[in-house]
Write a protein that binds this ligand. Structure first.
Ligand code: T6T
Length: 361
């Protein structure tokens, strides 16, 4: 996913500390991730570290990152773990820090375990932007993500409608400690309180593995033959739920709402195993993050507030062929990626983000 490198003299941490000293900014402020304005314009290098490499959500985000970076003359390198696991992501991040990019765009795989490794990036003078997932710390320049609690609520309401407002429902989640999927389950659980005839059987974790999710679904369909609905909190959880239902011949009897909208999920929707998908806008997350990184590196101005929320699109068999919906289905390579026309322009982050449909907060 890399582009041609632009030869620029790298501004070192020592340069920054010197510049910071001249501006009266000490090492502590520099270490907070907020760097002073750069003397140079453009020619920046960023590294994208997704949660896991072979996941169409992050592939689509990477397409947005690359397309926007190309437009702005930024060099992008992508280094992703092959499992959604902090012990795999940490050495990748450590190696990236050694290459001293201007900014790192990262989906941290654990809210706690990734704090210290990311602090090391900040201490090395690298601007950190969180894309999708977050950590329980405040050293990032900005964080760009879906509203995952609201997404979970939307899933609960959609599943409640699909099952006719009563019966047993169950969640296949990913693993504890992931900000996004934990929040989706939270929102789901909270919103079910409005449906007194729905019994929530709780959640099981599939470890971001479709096969484990399939086994979980199979076991649950056997232990609770009167189950009426499953919410899969991410792409692999939802794909596993669909596979289990297919294996047990329960299509149409057990309703499924899935987060995300990868190609296999779309097939599951079309073949009537899944009832509804909640597509995030990963391309928009990537485009927005690159624009914010560019603005920050060239002006020294961090966005305020720093949390930027991108939208959702609800995908059903009725609307899936509508171009305004289809454009949010995830892709497995970038050949079909189109940079959104309302892509945020340089210079006026707040207005541009609003035009792009992002909320700040
Ligand atoms: O749902 C997305 C992402 O938002 C989440 O943080 C992890 O799983 C996905 O990448 C989908 O597999």
């Amino acid at each position: 996913m890399g582009n041609a490198r632009v030869a620029v003299r790298r501004v070192t941490r020592r340069d920054m500390l010197k510049a910071g000293a001249a501006l009266g900014i000490g090492a502590a402020a520099l270490g907070s991730g907020l760097r002073p304005a750069r003397a140079r314009q453009g020619g920046y290098s960023i590294t994208f570290i997704p949660g896991v490499i072979a996941d169409e959500f992050y592939v689509t985000m990477g397409c947005g990152i690359e397309a926007k970076a190309r437009e702005l003359g930024i060099t992008v390198d992508t280094q992703g773990p092959n499992a959604f696991d902090a012990t795999v992501q940490t050495p990748i991040l450590n190696a990236v820090i050694q290459t001293q990019p201007d900014a790192i765009l990262i989906a941290p795989t654990d809210t706690q375990a990734m704090i210290a490794p990311l602090q090391a990036a900040v201490d090395a003078g690298i601007a950190v932007f969180l894309v999708d997932t977050t950590v329980n710390a405040d050293f990032d320049v900005a964080r760009i993500a879906s509203d995952n609690v609201e997404g979970g609520r939307l899933a609960a309401r959609s599943l409640a409608e699909a099952v006719g407002g009563s019966g047993k429902v169950f969640v296949i989640n990913v693993k504890p400690g992931i900000s996004t999927t934990d929040q989706r389950e939270q929102g789901f659980r909270e919103a079910l309180a409005d449906f007194p005839d729905i019994e929530y059987l709780g959640q099981e974790y599939c470890n971001d593995d479709q096969n484990q999710a399939t086994q979980i679904a199979n076991a649950r369909l056997q232990s609770d033959p009167d189950l009426v609905g499953i919410f899969g909190t991410n792409l692999f959880a939802a794909q596993g739920a669909a596979a289990g239902i297919r294996q047990q011949g329960k299509q149409g009897q057990v309703r499924v709402v899935g987060f995300d909208a990868g190609p296999t999920q779309v097939q599951d929707l079309r073949s009537e195993v899944v009832d509804l998908l909640i597509a995030q806008h990963p391309g928009d997350i990537g485009v927005t993050a690159v624009q914010l990184a560019y603005d920050f590196l060239s002006s020294g101005q961090a966005p305020t507030p720093k949390a930027i929320t991108t939208g959702f699109t609800t995908v059903t068999r009725d609307n899936i062929d509508d171009p305004d919906v289809a454009k949010y289905l995830y892709i497995s390579d970038c050949s079909a990626f189109v940079l959104p026309e309302a892509s945020p322009a340089a210079g006026t982050p707040a207005a541009a983000l609003a035009a792009f449909g992002c909320a700040t907060g």
